[in-house]
Design a protein around this ligand. Sequence first.
Ligand SMILES: [Zn+2]
Length: 358
Amino acid sequence: MPNFPIRTYEGSHREIGLRRGKELSATLRVPPASGARKAFAAACMERASELHPPLIDLFDGMIEGSGFDRGDFMVMFFARQQSMLGCTVIAAAPPLSAAGGTIVARNYDWFTADREWREARILRPRGFPACAAFTHHWWGNPDVVTENGLCVFVASLMPKIAEEPGIQWNLLVDAAVERCASTAEAVALLSAAPHLRSMNYLVADSGSAAVVEASAAGTKVRWAKDGFCAATNIALGENPERILRAESDDKILASQVPFRSVHSAAGMRRALKRYRRAARLATNASATDAGDLGKVTEDDILRVLQDHDVPVCCGHASPYIEFNWATIWTSVCRPAERAMKVSADFACRPDFATLRGM
Ligand SMILES: [Zn+2]
């Protein structure tokens, strides 16, 4: 039995929102928002409605179910600005992956206080693909796989404050998994959308993977190269191999969105180290089998996620123990199987439970 709850949401978007709103009325505190924030959120809501109208039905259902003040919750739902630097997401797609197509795996690093909110969600919105998701968020889903064999995993980037209205990260994930069936379709949707939050979206199907690096300034897409792509919390553009080869870490950090604190600089430096560690998967694989690209297995990727030297598995047994921050789950997705498995613990203590939408 998994050591986390599994909640199933079925029906129309409004019905799903109604049920979730009732649950949230007991647990979520919605802060009061200013008139200016409400006006901005209304414009963001308009953008979300243009992209995927069912998102508005979901919001309306949540308002009805929760009794939250509509304006205050509109700001929280459509325009909340917050970004923390954690997470490592790695994809090995063909030809890098062993049999069975693309493998995507991640560590989710976050405040340890949020461990109590970890849960799986099975989402079956009427008229759209069913999904399995894992999250600690009141509605957003950072890890999702659909019954069509598409997965989306996120890793946040240093925030760039959006001056123009855009669409919240989790609503973009909802829209992508409900409207797209392939990596290419999800990349197209995410590239065309106006973004509110700076975020890496790693999207993959059984044969391909890509990272959409998004912010209010626009998007860059890096397709898997020889089957490899990864995302941590640093912007590396379309060709990270070239940047990592040519530039020092200090220069790469200096090229990032202006960051506000020593804490942010340290967080990005660690994100860069985690990216470099992940990228060794691809180079090691090609070096071990001359003439035939070495095949990366799930265990190879898990070994990266369990690394305590960088560390990739963070929050214990590492040089960077912070009392309130750690890897709070690890998940592995095989899009071809339309399933993912999740272990709600440190990456080095895997105890996986399998989730699927159907
Ligand atoms: Zn560990």
